[in-house]
Design a protein around this ligand. Structure first.
Ligand code: PPS
Length: 306
């Protein structure tokens, strides 16, 4: 019988190796479009999306949903730490993004022990139906759209599996046009806003995690009904601090560690955005998110104004 532990770890390592060893460079070779949204072709495929359509969720699955660069890896590590404490589970087994890898990787999801941790950057309409049918708990992690853009820009230039940009301005244009992997940031958040279901979903922000980490970890453990003592909450926070995760990144992300853990700060956008670019994003926020629940959570005035 296959060793589940090794299989899951091998899937993760294989994914990192696939990303690292990419030799393609052009936009057309590195991205493909599926149902109107761009995806990274080195790690996503049409076959995988087809396999996801018949994927069967379990009621006790945990799903972390994020637009790219909004804190996925941070959240996953928090869940690994919580699972280690509550279920004595080895860290690092679950949680490859559901849309990454081959259909065989998806087929192996059924071998995983419950509760399974999953994550995804998929837009609302692309989430496999089974997650909703089984009323799976979903944790949505948001980050302000300006820091998201800067983080995404660096990721493009540091990750061999994404097209590089010769300057910030050209990336900014694609970001604003939604011409980036997983589509437009504002479409992503707006769709979750419209479909938000308080019973099964909770939203948190990257910024609140930065400002009051202990409270956020407590909220996450309560939401997923994975109870922790105060001492355990402090331990989770210590093990998932930016410095701790960056130090361990060679183990968790191989040679790509530095690309996943860059700065981890709020406000880096001020080093990149021109006043005009800032106004473009302000207008988009006003149009799509101002006055909405998720929009309010982003605390736009505080984090996105010069
Ligand atoms: S990805 O590639 O889309 O899955 O990226 P994702 O993990 O969602 O987001 C990457 C950004 O999150 C920062 N990060 C952290 N910040 C603070 N504390 C911790 N522990 C942490 N872990 C990851 C990471 O540095 C990326 O942000 P930038 O601004 O680029 O540094």
């Amino acid at each position: 019988m296959a060793d589940i532990t090794q299989t899951s770890k091998n899937d993760r390592a294989a994914l990192m190796e696939m990303i690292h060893s990419t030799t393609k460079t052009s936009f057309e070779d590195l991205l493909f479009s599926y149902k109107g949204i761009l995806y990274p072709s080195v790690i996503c495929s049409l076959e995988t999306f087809q396999a996801l359509e018949v994927f069967e969720a379990r009621e006790d699955d945990l799903l972390v949903v994020t637009y790219p660069k909004n804190g996925t890896n941070w959240l996953i590590q928090i869940l690994y730490e919580i699972m280690a404490l509550v279920h004595n589970r080895e860290r690092g087994l679950d949680a490859t993004m559901i849309e990454f890898g081959s259909p065989e990787v998806i087929a192996r999801f059924k071998d995983r022990l419950s509760p399974r941790i999953f994550s995804t950057h998929l837009q609302f309409k692309a989430i496999p139906k089974s997650f909703f049918e089984k009323k799976v708990k979903m944790l949505l992690v948001l980050r302000n759209p300006k820091d998201t853009a800067v983080s995404f820009y660096h990721f493009h230039n540091n990750l061999p599996s994404l097209p590089s940009y010769d300057c910030w301005d050209s990336f900014f244009k694609d970001y604003i046009d939604g011409n980036v992997c997983y589509g437009d940031y504002f479409d992503f958040v707006s769709a979750w806003e419209k479909q938000f279901n308080q019973e099964t979903m909770m939203a948190i922000t990257f910024e609140e995690m930065k400002l009051d980490f202990l409270t956020t970890v407590r909220k996450i453990s309560e939401f997923f009904r994975l109870p922790l003592s105060e001492e355990q909450i402090r331990l989770v926070a210590k093990n998932t601090s930016f410095n701790s995760m960056k130090e361990k990144s060679e183990n968790t992300h191989g040679k790509l560690g530095d690309s996943f853990f860059r700065k981890g700060e709020i406000g880096d956008w001020k080093n990149y955005f021109s006043e005009d670019q800032s106004k473009v994003v302000d207008a988009m926020f006003e149009k799509y998110l101002a006055g909405t629940k998720l929009g309010e959570m982003l605390n736009y005035e505080k984090y996105c104004k010069f």
